[in-house]
Design a protein around this ligand. Structure first.
Ligand code: F0G
Length: 462
């Protein structure tokens, strides 16, 4: 692992001022926010690691593209530019823009899923799980066991457990599996990559039972970089070649472009076979929900920036710097004895809050506790990826126990510097030193029925 900070392969031309509140002010703000970081105002945050989604800094080329964007309602030149980029990078025939990742899910999933059906994934992201459930189906995670121990270092902790997948198909009946979803990188497991070997095996199983295979492609470029670094067979291939290889095993993809395409808004649906009858259905759902199929809820300027960003996101110097930031953060945490999902993933560091607060049970949300502490300590906004995010069983309404209790430090692309990363680690070190003094976590005082962590109110348990 690289301990040295990889210098930025860019220089900075435009800056945004950020302010830092006092500790007293922060304590007041988080209380007013009902201890939910999603209720904080962005301007009250010093270093915002809530998400790497749509929080990226665009390049001069992308901003120039914004000015060139063609705003034609139908058949915009920017649409054709995006289609060309998508076909070139993914090797798929049909490229459908939508306004973000969950829009892609909303348009595509109901075609495959309904009541009585199941969708199986290496691990669903929360909105993806929600769209499976909204379609009436049930979502099942099938993650490899080795991912469940944050300290265990393995190269591809995002992988699907193939044996378990096979058992699930036998148990539920292949005809009841609406689709298999491979999330690359595997966000909820810690931004962990999926190997091509695993993709190949999942493909074999899906083919045997005639189950459609979808890629959740939000962080496909970071995944391809890990493949190049860690999978012997592919080390001399370019990121684009690796990407094409990975996508060759699936039938379709849904993608939030707000991550690896380095834009602030956008999404894509891709279909490998240009003659698929699916395409007519997608166009119809898109027109009804997102807008005409050549803009899919985006402005021409967004389509243009997205087409350019797709290429910037697969640039190898950029990816080396990007993953280098994670490795730098992780190596400083190693020195401090702070545990995280290791080896570090592609888009952030997932700190093991259960280890920092072993005395706090999952139903008092250790990941959320640490997120609140980080805000109070240094104005850093992170989020829980644990039982608070997972929510309740949709059938029994009981609090589910997450496999992990992480606090995610998601790093926006091309936004923060080495000095910012040092502030984050220093704050964690101070918090850990006092962690044993904490007796309780948080309780929920109000929650909505679905996707609760975005809106729920909490209070500290005295
Ligand atoms: N799939 C994955 C793997 C994601 O991480 C996300 C979003 C989505 C789908 C949905 O995409 O936000 O564009 O609608 N993840 C963000 C995050 C929100 O913070 O991890 P979206």
């Amino acid at each position: 692992m690289n301990k040295k900070y990889v210098p930025e392969p860019f220089r900075i031309k435009m800056v945004e001022t950020i302010k830092i509140l006092t500790r007293e002010e922060r304590e007041q703000k988080i209380k007013e926010a009902k201890y939910n970081v999603f209720n904080l105002r962005g301007e009250d945050v010093y270093i915002d690691l809530l998400t790497d989604s749509g929080t990226n800094a665009m390049s001069t080329e992308q901003w120039a593209g914004v000015m060139r964007g063609d705003e034609a309602y139908a058949g915009s030149a920017s649409f054709y530019k995006l289609v060309q980029a998508g076909q070139d990078i993914f090797g798929y025939d049909y490229i459908q823009p939508v306004h973000q990742g969950r829009a892609a899910e909303k348009v595509l999933f109901p075609i495959f899923l309904n009541k009585g059906k199941y969708a199986i994934s290496n691990m669903f992201f929360d909105t993806t799980r929600a769209h499976v459930e909204i379609a009436g189906a049930r979502a099942i995670d099938c993650l490899v066991e080795e991912a469940k121990d944050p300290k265990h270092r393995a190269p591809f902790k995002g992988n699907m457990d193939i044996q378990k997948l096979q058992k699930l198909i036998n148990k539920l009946g292949a005809e009841n599996i609406g689709m298999v979803v491979m999330t690359i990188t595997n966000n909820s497991a810690g931004g962990q990559p999926v190997s091509i070997d695993n993709m190949r095996k999942v493909k074999e199983v899906c083919e045997r039972y005639n189950i459609p295979l979808n890629i959740d492609a939000a962080r496909f470029a970071e995944n391809a970089y890990f493949v190049q670094q860690r999978e012997e067979e592919f080390k001399s291939m370019s990121i684009k070649e690796i990407t094409r290889k990975i996508f060759s095993y699936a039938d379709m993809f849904t993608m939030s472009a707000k991550k690896d395409a380095i834009v602030n808004m956008g999404g894509i649906i891709g279909i490998k076979d240009g003659k698929s009858p699916l395409i007519l259905k997608i166009k119809a759902n898109c027109i009804a929900n997102e807008g005409f199929y050549t803009y899919g809820g985006l402005g021409g300027r967004d389509l243009e920036a997205l087409a350019i960003g797709l290429y910037e996101g697969i640039d190898e110097d950029y990816l080396k710097y990007r993953i280098g930031q994670m490795e730098y953060l992780a190596s400083r945490l190693d020195d401090a004895g702070i545990s995280y999902q290791s080896p570090v993933g592609g888009h952030g560091v997932f700190v093991d809050a259960a280890e920092i607060y072993p005395q706090i049970p999952y139903y008092e949300f250790p990941g959320q506790l640490l997120a609140v502490k980080l805000y109070k300590e240094a104005g850093i906004r992170s989020c829980d990826i644990g039982s608070f995010m997972l929510g309740n069983d949709p059938d029994t309404k009981e609090q589910l126990r997450s496999q992990f209790e992480f606090t995610r430090l998601a790093i926006p692309r091309r936004v923060y510097t080495q000095a910012h990363l040092d502030i984050i680690v220093d704050a964690l070190i101070r918090i850990k030193a006092r962690a044993h003094e904490i007796k309780h976590g948080y309780r929920i005082t109000w929650e909505p029925p679905i996707l609760r962590h975005f809106q729920a109110s909490l209070e500290p348990i005295e």
